[in-house]
Design a protein around this ligand. Sequence first.
Ligand code: ADP
Ligand code: MG
Length: 633
Amino acid sequence: MSNDRIVGIDLGTTNSLVAFMQGENPVVIPGEDGSNLVPSVVALDEHHQIIVGNAARKYLIETPERSVYSIKRLMGRGMEDIQEELKLFPFRLAEDMQVGEVLRIQLGHQAFTPPEISAFILRQLKRNAERFFNAPVVKAVITVPAYFNDAQRQATKDAGRIAGLEVLRLVNEPTAASLAYGLDKKQNGIVAVYDFGGGTFDISILKLHDGIFEVIATNGDTHLGGDDIDNLLIRIALDDIRGDMGNDLSRNGEAVATIRQAVIEAKIALSTQPAIKLDVELPDGGRYQREITREQFEQLIQPVIDRTVAPCKQALKDAGLKPEHIDEVVLVGGSTRIPKVRALVEEMFKRKPHTDLNPDEVVALGAAVQATILGGGSEATQNMLLLDVTPLSLGIEVAGGVTDKIILRNSTIPASATQYYTTQIDGQANVAIHVLQGERELATDCRSLARFDLRGIPPMTAGMPRIEVKFLIDANGILHVSAREQRSGKEAEIEVQPSYGLTDEQVESMILDSFDYAEEDFRRRQVIEAGNEAGTILAALEKGKQSPAWGKLTSDEKKKISKLEKALNEVRNEDDYASIRKAIDALNQGTMRLAELMMDSAVSSALKGKTMDEADMGEAPMAGHPVAKADFE
Ligand code: ADP
Ligand code: MG
């Protein structure tokens, strides 16, 4: 096969996997050691070589200062948001790290950013795939939790790039799991994805419409997972050992590690056996034995698994749904192999969950399905791409609080569009770009997505700067907005994820509102725009009066203009479009000769918004004024 084979990657907190489509079925590609799961552990060995996966695990105990796990927790995050993680996990920040700097993790004598560490894991997966195919692998789809924000998504893409992978798309983990089960073929329905992994619990409610998944609610606990179960079992073992043998091993790292290994094996065995015998050879030569029945185990873990209930209820509530509305339940994460967990899920959602696929592989398998879709797979999947649209219009706020749409709703993504704007005030040095989402005409009725300023525009007459605003929604649904003043080259940009945190119902109601208010919105917009126009023409007239051309008018002409000016000033702030329009037209008519005279004279016409000597304008830097709609092309 050709070397443009696309793989699907689950870059997990505890374990990572790579899968590909073999004919009709996705399959996981094993590593050299034969195991499908690559533990997300990275270590530096004594020869300063990077070690990843199972082979790296022993370093966690032997040389913790040269190893790291759970790096996904730090992806795309800043110092401010990781205090909790630093308390709970042994992350060692680089010694020379300054406040406000990008995070770096110390591994021996070297320091790496979280995307660089994730890239080591990705590189290992890439190598496994290349060994399997005996050909290069460069294209990949990588999964991310549905709740990942832009920064976390961007960090994941960076990791891919660093690992030499072209990341064709990031896919939400619950969406991937649903794809693995082929639920997209059902066309419509509600899917609950219950993901109970090693250290995190996520519940996602997806709405499937016409084969497209939309995340309508997410919830969970970033510090709840199989690790908590392991810790309970370790505690029991340590208590037993202290009680029976009078030996406190809780501070003996090697002993705890040995016990951890044993209880994890016991936990896994208990998912299929009614009882197991724990038999641990302790490093000090002692031996610990104990029988645990499944019943005892279930009693012990009940409080842990009960903690998944509240997030599920909240997610349902946020989605505005009852358990009866759920059509499909998908289990994800190694910890959902526990029969008691399955029973709890079934009870909560009143429905048997899908269990045919391995829960710790299902996300990677779905990523492989998505990879094939992007590779131009079947006819059905082609449709899927076409149906990937932006549900609401995107634009910016312009002078007067009006929304100017740049990308219209239902545009196929990726999509891009450019519009030109200018300033409203002479000498305006900064313009505020307020990114909006929604169908309504006024900014206050739309959803505010982001704000940023384009700063440092050199002093120019209002209307002179040429500000290019570019919107781009990439294939991952991330919106990139850039603004560039073309005469000075000043630019600024921002990225947002428009769909984040919006439920389907909210999208729906935003669209419906725009119909309900269409007429009123249109009228309000007309009034505001006419008011803006009045402001521009009155300001221009003010300048005209200072110009030599004014002196050339007869006193009758001047009197007439002043009368028209007064008339416009009287109505410009009224809520009456027709009168403002009439007064503007009258003043335009009345100042025609003045405009001509100004044009003739050496002074350029401010009335026509053409060039003007910048020297006599003075400094009037204005911050936070929205851009104005430009009439140049
Ligand atoms: P993540 O998505 O967080 O990377 P996984 O989905 O791979 O993690 O889940 C890892 C967790 O699943 C670990 O805590 C592991 O001990 C647990 N696990 C794996 N298999 C079983 C099993 N048969 N029974 C109980 N727990 C299991
Ligand atoms: Mg996972």
